[in-house]
Design a protein around this ligand. Sequence first.
Ligand SMILES: [Zn+2]
Length: 121
Amino acid sequence: MDKKRTLIVKHPRLRFIRDTLRQAIINATYGQLKVIDREIRKYPSDEEKNSIPLIRREQDLRRALDASTCKCPACGSKTSNMIFNTFDKAWYCISCYEEKHEWYKTHPHSTEHPDAPNPFP
Ligand SMILES: [Zn+2]
């Protein structure tokens, strides 16, 4: 997705359904992560290479959850309307996005290089 998008749900019932579905997805993901973590711990330290596929699967799940609209990667909010940031390809809650956007607007040379793009356009 290359466009800045905003997901706003105004109707309280729809918002309740959205939040419930987000929580169900997050719970299922953390459940899977727990199962994977238990499997990884079964391998003794001298057989670590056998656990690499499990570690990759764990990383994929965490990355997918961070990239999803289920929770804000900055504050962890699960009940907010979300904005897609095209710079880092992540969904942020509106308040975090606006806070960071405002900060980068007022601190134009805050990133490492003076000509670096604003990560919250
Ligand atoms: Zn947030």
